[in-house]
Design a protein around this ligand. Structure first.
Ligand SMILES: *[C@@H]1O[C@H](CO)[C@@H](O)[C@H](O)[C@H]1NC(C)=O
Ligand SMILES: *[C@@H]1O[C@H](CO)[C@@H](O)[C@H](O)[C@H]1NC(C)=O
Ligand SMILES: *[C@@H]1O[C@H](CO)[C@@H](O)[C@H](O)[C@H]1NC(C)=O
Ligand SMILES: *[C@@H]1O[C@H](CO)[C@@H](O)[C@H](O)[C@H]1NC(C)=O
Ligand SMILES: *[C@@H]1O[C@H](CO)[C@@H](O)[C@H](O)[C@H]1NC(C)=O
Ligand SMILES: *[C@@H]1O[C@H](CO)[C@@H](O)[C@H](O)[C@H]1NC(C)=O
Ligand SMILES: *[C@@H]1O[C@H](CO)[C@@H](O)[C@H](O)[C@H]1NC(C)=O
Length: 282
């Protein structure tokens, strides 16, 4: 399991907050921990990044240093997502080369997460190359450059006929625009695989806990009434988000259930991320 620690250091106050409920981002494989730390930043930059240091002194622009730590004993590449409120960001790696990035709008259900307190409307997504047992530093700043904005913007489309196709050199992912559900994968060798992925619910058993065989479903007990799950995917609204780094399908099943299906440019995996709740209880 990869634990990537990102230290963001704000040169000036950016009002830079998480899109989700106080958490910056979290993932099965990557943890991003944000904190303002003058010491860490100074340490990082006095070691190796003198070049950036002088840049910091010469310019008055807002820069954020993103340090991403890789505790694995081998090199990895990871896609990093940073919540932002701006429209365009310049990102440079430790060699000073600019890094391809995409501004991906947040799915609308994220705005409705109870307790959410954030100005972020999008995430900057870029590919980070991380050395074995070490960290990489990326620098990020907002920009008004129209060409950067144009390059980083995501296309957002809707349609009601045919398939949405997310594709890269490893995979094509077919999402039926009528049902809004995943229907097929095509592998690099042309093989088609039929896939269904959706959400279902079980009716809970009535129970008043008065007796052992009247146990109610609850936090530690799953006791459905019947074995047939009931599908929730009857009325799925789909948005397709396309860009140079990632392609996404934003599915909204109902007011309390949504999902993002993602395919990154150089990834052999599809990513599914869902938001469930608060679940209505009748
Ligand atoms: C890991 O990445 C470094 C550059 O960051 C490269 O020099 C090295 O060859 C890579 N190692 C492997 C095993 O790919
Ligand atoms: C960058 O962010 C700073 C701080 O919020 C803001 O004052 C400035 O106008 C922004 N610049 C651009 C180019 O968006
Ligand atoms: C796989 O599916 C695509 C799209 O549905 C189709 O165009 C293609 O011919 C299929 N390939 C094979 C080998 O069946
Ligand atoms: C899976 O999808 C296929 C084709 O879309 C459909 O015929 C089949 O009924 C689906 N299976 C389930 C369990 O939903
Ligand atoms: C199970 O569901 C059926 C109807 O779907 C209902 O009549 C029955 O009372 C339920 N049983 C319990 C124990 O909840
Ligand atoms: C389908 O969803 C739309 C908006 O998401 C809603 O207005 C409509 O009532 C829903 N239809 C059904 C049959 O649930
Ligand atoms: C997605 O965007 C890329 C370039 O950013 C373009 O090459 C591709 O055709 C687009 N795909 C769709 C389905 O619009």
């Amino acid at each position: 399991m990869l634990l990537a620690v990102v230290t963001l250091w704000l040169l000036c106050s950016w009002g830079f907050v998480s899109p989700y409920n106080g958490l910056m981002a979290d993932d099965d494989s990557v943890n991003l921990i944000i904190r303002s730390s003058l010491k860490l930043q100074a340490l990082a930059f006095s070691l190796k990044h003198r070049r950036f240091k002088t840049q910091f002194h010469q310019r008055t622009t807002v820069y954020i240093a993103i340090n991403i730590y890789n505790p694995l004993a081998w090199n990895v590449t990871k896609y990093i997502r940073i919540p932002v409120s701006g429209k365009a960001y310049k990102i440079i790696d430790y060699n000073g080369n600019s890094v391809d990035a995409q501004i991906v709008p947040l799915p609308s259900p994220v705005y409705k997460i109870p307790g959410r307190n954030s100005k972020a409307q999008a995430e900057v997504v870029f590919e980070a190359k991380l050395p074995a047992l070490g960290y990489a530093t990326y620098l990020m700043r907002n920009t008004t450059s129209q060409s950067v904005k144009y390059k980083q913007a995501s296309g957002i489309e809707q349609k009601t006929d045919g398939d949405w196709i997310l594709n890269n050199k490893f995979l094509s992912v077919y999402v039926d625009s009528k049902s809004g559900l995943l229907r097929q994968l095509q592998l690099a060798d042309g093989t088609n695989l039929t896939v269904n992925q959706s959400f279902y619910w079980y009716r809970g058993m009535n129970g008043d806990n008065s007796n052992f065989d009247k146990r109610a479903s609850g936090a530690y007990i799953f006791r459905p009434n019947g074995t047939e799950p009931i599908p929730l995917g009857n009325n799925v609204t789909v948005n397709f988000v396309n860009g140079s780094v990632v392609q996404e399908i934003h599915q909204t099943f109902n007011p309390w259930l949504s999902q993002v299906i993602r395919l990154y440019k150089d990834s052999e995996n599809i990513e599914f991320r869902w938001i469930i709740g608060p679940i209505p209880i009748e």
